[in-house]
Design a protein around this ligand. Sequence first.
Ligand code: ZN
Length: 461
Amino acid sequence: MEQVKPTFITALFAAACLLSGCSGDSDIARKAKLKAVEVIGEAAQERMPDDVAGGFHKIPIEVVELGKDVYQVMGIGNTHLINTSAGSVLFDTGLVIQAAEQIEKLSPYASGPISHIIVSHSHADHIGGVQFWQQEGTEIVAHRQFAEEQRYLMELEPYLHQRNRTVFPWLPEKLPNIPMLKYGGIEPTITVDYKDYQFEQGGVAFHVLSTPGAEGADNLSLWLPEQKILFTGDTLGPNFPQFPNVFTMRGEKVRKPIEYIATLNKLIALEPEILAMSHHEHIIGKDAIVGGLTRIRDAVQYVHDAVVDGMNAGKTVHQLMAEVALPEHLELTQVHGKVSWAVRSIWEYYATWFHFDTPTDLYPVPVQDVYAELAELAGSSALLGKAGEALDNGQPVRALHFLEIVLEAEPDNSGALLQQTRAYETLLERAQATHGNNYEKDYMRALIQANQAKMAAQKGA
Ligand SMILES: [Zn+2]
């Protein structure tokens, strides 16, 4: 990505903004906020490895013409602009740290004031520019569930940030105290329910579709019927076609598989000719789009049905995680959502957290509580021997179970740390060689890095 080096003035703006908490709504305050978050963003991006999260941050911020009077500026999250004779409509607004550059590049294409900003959902990489694009009288269109999704993301921000830092250790230790970097503060003026919302602006028809079930309950898509362009935000995830994140390993609330299948059916029926997601490049061609949507729908249905059948047949969640795989004709990339995690997610969506495997799950005494005594009884060298055997047999997860027993008793056991690192490396290599799931790869890398730092500190001590 082209790096815009902060000038002295930018740095001053940023400093002033940080000191004042970036309050106020004047033009100068807005510019100061924009510059401040841009500087923070540049600093964060410099620490990011090239291929983290699939390399989103390496996407150049450039404007692409998608159709007549329809533009997209790319970035970590894309921003879309649709011109009409009575103002311009935006769909999604990217991540706040890129808002300054996206606005600079896209706003010259706007034919008039911003009449509407439609936000696909409450995630930070879609709402970041709202407060900078918003003008007097701009309608903010969001799903009825947007407020609730925004609420929980805001209330749990410290928890979510620390958890995200476990997977992405380059994130700052504390979120900078700038309201723009945080969730919240967006008040929709028009909310869309499960019924869709249609409006006409300057002779252009806009169909705002409720498409829940993917990245949250508050997903909206936008359909331009005249040009057959479909904007999906994150309804289809960042890649197309892909196996969806029926749930994410990074957490978040329930996603409903059957609701998602209904969403996909709604999109298939439109027969779109251009598909613009809010990440990565757009897709052209009805056959490719409808074919991809159909495959995603059938893959989700297949996994869903396999889980339900397995549950009814008395199989455990772990058996099904190991067994259920997409048949060849439904194969999809798992870089974003992983089939075995979807299996577990669907299981727990229906049966929740208690699996009737062991009554100990009903009480706040985890199995880890007896690990230290187990390690003493077995002896750490015997356990390390078993872990080594498992590693040699290509069973890194079994190895991790043995090693976690040792490390509970002796957190600094260097032999255990070394083997644990080897197990993570094996899992990383496997992920790279097979499904390539980005979350799994990023997490394994972070775990390896943490262990290496621990071992280096031991050597230095
Ligand atoms: Zn996103």
